[in-house]
Design a protein around this ligand. Sequence first.
Ligand code: BG6
Ligand code: MG
Length: 217
Amino acid sequence: MKKTGFIFDLDGVIVDTAKYHYLAWRKLANELGFEFTQEQNEQFKGVSRKRCLEILLEIGDIKASQEQFNKWLVEKNEDYLSLIEKMDESEILPDVLKVLQFLKNHSMPIALGSASKNARPILEKVKLMDYFDVIVDGTHVAKAKPDPEVFLIAAKQLGVPPEDCVVFEDAVAGIEAANNAGMLSIGIGEEKVLSEAKFVFTNFTEMDDNFLNRLLE
Ligand code: BG6
Ligand code: MG
């Protein structure tokens, strides 16, 4: 497939931070007097912090002033940060290192393409910074996934045309963004959820060298 640029989403692909996002949102929902389920949390994957709060308030049927809205955004992030404070390399998802190392061994450029504004500190905590040639995160983008902006910026910074890039994503919005960017989308998760992806793997342990070699040939 002759792919020459590789872009990874962070949350749910490299580390399982979705569970911490969920706990922080659920705490806020409970404080506001309603339940927030794991199923509802699916809609939050790949979506910006601000958009997540909008959806949460819709679920709880709660109206907020701009000031209150901003206060809850800060509160949720502070709770999230305290949950990830002690995160370390042990939280890297299975065989992520195998794939990153395979790409490094083949001198392939690697980028991060994440909606999170906490991406850098997380990569530092799990000691993966050195694998990434380019980091594009929630602090760099104006338009959220499924808009392709985050991946197009990453491709540009890698110096690789979008059609030669591969994107690894766990979110429906992220797969859509990769497809919108004209890139090869690889879903990490459930096939029935990520049906728009070109290929889907439950996790990286299912992705063997044979498949990785095919991406490069
Ligand atoms: C995405 C997550 O990677 O980042 C979303 O999938 C999250 O659930 C978004 O809302 C923004 O993250 P942060 O760390 O900036 O609040
Ligand atoms: Mg994700």
